[in-house]
Design a protein around this ligand. Structure first.
Ligand code: ZN
Length: 625
């Protein structure tokens, strides 16, 4: 039987350089002092004299280890669990939009970041997102000589040359808490942490900017009870007062004092989602929504961040909510813009909070117009093909003359030894081909390389684009396209969208003339990463360039898309994800598509309406999806 007893907090014991992943809470247990190891992120919230309920495992060491005890805090006639940290496992299923069948399943573990490695993963995620040489994401400390340094990856100590330790994320506050999503049973090429959420207390001040430019001060107090958002974590205000009173004291000392006092004073009924970051390879698949939903449960169950009064509402100030609907899919409603024009969304956690949100949207003239919705998809549907594509009796062959005279004499001799003389080689690739493709159909072309997949795409591109070259014309027969055909093709090395040196996002916005639509496109091809949007072609990897070209292609708003091996440089998992997203987009926009690939996982992910096997001069239909 584990023993259960009431203990009193003596003091949290925190070293600032590692408080994110290590700290101690010293309690009085009867007449004995007891040290409980935990993260400083949790320990720092406890006040001397607070009563807690402690359960020690029978096997507990003295002092107990991280796993040896549980801690509760009495709050409003409830026992609020404090330790071990919150965690929850979930199965994340990606379903086919076509058949509703499960395409892929991964197991995720949501848990509060507690290990140094969790924060190293967060630094990596941040880095792929925002960091540049001029904006460092993390602060590091040398435990031996207390040197601190800001850097984007773990540095060596400039004094003693030993690896420095993680101290904090720049831009976060003492009050911030972090929830990570960990992949359980991951493949070797998959990351351990695929996303994280940062939770803060609500903002100290929020004014509202109206569309006419005027300001509504302290707008939250007009809509919600003031004590939902107050007193919040506001060390800047305490610091100002301290500074006026103690002008001779070292400001760093006063700031540390202000932070401690602010942690003690903070006691709100709200939480703020300050950051949501999903690993670049896992974006646009509903993971953002899943992560936010888990964070809402964490906030409710543990009263995150300050673990005091129960939580009734969550706020977020998020520019990204204009471009991505995951907050709204998690039940957030858009209420207003801040003084600086950033959208603010709220999510009620209780019926009372929901009622106040509903009332505001129903009665405020500006909110009545937007109805609490911020995100509006901007990618418009192409006008679908007006009729079928008809391929009639098409024959296509290639003639190549093998001319030994142009070879070096030694090679000529070798070939002659094999009996090869100058001659004309003729290959018939397509022989008497008949094919109808209906508007909106997604057709996968499979077959051995050289079997004619590219030739068929080339002929269709020739018919659509009016290309005069003989390789784009059938030898005989005809290809009829509907009169409203707007074709776009990606035949690598041959027909590709033009892209000079300008940043990717700029190039796509120039084509599609709408930044929101441009971001939807980039998300669809799996390039939902701000760093990549700023990149020029030469800064991208081959696989990234491949995906960028797909986005450029779709930015031309085609209603017929011809793709040849678009995922050749992507690993199997990424190729499937991109194929699936592309197919979803093609269907949503009613685009007809012929997609040649030799990769079975790409065909599966596309879920084509038809699979055509091209080879031996003809085509057979493999199966119908
Ligand atoms: Zn050092």
């Amino acid at each position: 039987m584990p023993s259960e007893r009431v203990v009193h907090v003596l003091a949290p014991r925190i070293e600032r350089w590692r408080y994110r992943w290590f700290g101690r809470l010293v309690v009085m247990d009867g007449r004995d002092e007891r040290t409980l190891p935990m993260t400083g992120t949790v320990a720092q919230w406890f006040q001397p004299g607070e009563q807690l309920l402690l359960t020690l495992a029978d096997t507990a060491n003295d002092p107990p280890g991280f796993q040896d005890y549980a801690l509760w805090k009495p709050a409003d006639n409830e026992l609020l669990p404090v330790w071990p940290l919150w965690q929850e496992e979930a199965t994340f299923e990606r379903r086919s939009p076509l058949t509703e069948s499960v395409v892929a399943t991964y197991r995720l573990r949501f848990r509060e970041a507690a290990r140094e490695t969790d924060f190293l993963a967060i630094v990596d995620l941040e880095q792929s997102h925002y960091a540049s040489e001029h904006e460092y994401v993390a602060r590091w400390t040398c435990p031996d000589d207390e040197t601190t340094l800001d850097a984007n990856t773990r540095p060596l100590c400039p004094r003693c040359h030993r690896p420095m330790r993680f101290t904090d994320l720049l831009g976060s506050t003492r009050a911030s808490r972090f929830l990570v999503a960990e992949l359980v049973d991951r493949a070797p090429y998959e990351p351990a942490i695929v996303g994280y959420v940062r939770i803060d207390p609500p903002l100290p001040i929020m004014h509202r900017r109206l569309p006419d430019g005027s300001l509504v001060r302290h707008v939250r107090r007009l809509v919600f009870p003031a004590d939902w958002f107050e007193p919040t974590y506001w060390p800047e205000q305490i610091f100002r007062t301290l500074r006026e009173r103690l002008p001779d004291v070292d400001p760093d000392e006063l700031w540390a004092e202000a932070e401690e006092r602010a942690l003690g004073e903070c006691d709100t009924r709200a939480a703020r989602i300050a950051r949501v970051v999903v690993h670049p390879d896992y974006r646009g698949e509903g993971l953002g929504h899943t992560l936010v939903t888990a964070a809402l449960r964490w906030i409710t169950d543990r009263r995150i961040p300050e673990m005091r009064r129960s939580k009734v509402i969550v706020e977020t100030v998020a520019m990204m909510a204009r471009y991505n609907p995951f907050f709204e899919r998690a039940g957030f409603r858009y209420l207003w813009d801040t003084a600086s024009g950033r959208p603010v969304l709220f999510r009620g956690l209780t019926p009372d909070a929901d009622a106040l949100i509903d009332r505001f949207i129903a009665t405020d003239p500006v909110a009545q117009a937007h109805e609490g919705r911020l995100y509006r998809p901007a990618l418009r549907s192409a006008e679908p093909l007006a009729g079928p594509i008809r391929v009639r009796h098409v024959r296509k062959g290639y003639r190549r003359s093998l001319d030994l005279d142009r070879l070096q004499p030694e090679l000529r001799a070798v070939l002659r030894a094999f009996g090869v003389e100058r001659r004309v080689v003729e290959t018939v690739v397509l022989r008497h081909l008949d094919l109808d493709i209906e508007p909106g159909e997604i057709v996968a072309l499979i077959g051995a390389s050289g079997a004619g997949k590219t030739t068929l795409l080339r002929l269709l591109w020739g018919a659509a684009s009016g290309q005069r070259g003989s390789r784009y014309r059938p030898d005989s027969g005809a290809i009829e396209l509907p009169s409203n055909t707007v074709a776009a093709a990606l035949l690598p090395g041959e027909v590709e969208p033009k892209w000079g040196r300008e940043p990717l996002l700029q190039r796509i916005v120039a084509a599609i003339e709408d930044p929101i639509a441009a971001m939807e496109l980039l998300n669809a091809v799996g390039l939902s990463d701000a760093v990549l949007w700023r990149a020029s072609p030469h800064e991208l990897s081959t696989g990234q360039r491949e995906r960028a070209r797909l986005a450029l292609l779709l930015a031309e708003r085609p209603n017929l898309v011809l793709l040849d091996e678009f995922a050749a440089h992507l690993d199997p998992a990424l190729a499937s994800r991109v194929a699936r997203k592309i197919a979803m987009l093609l269907r949503r926009l009613h685009i007809t598509a012929l997609i040649a690939t030799h990769r079975p996982e790409v065909v599966r992910a596309l879920e084509p309406d038809r699979i055509l096997v091209v080879g031996y001069g003809g085509i057979v239909q493999a199966e119908t999806a």
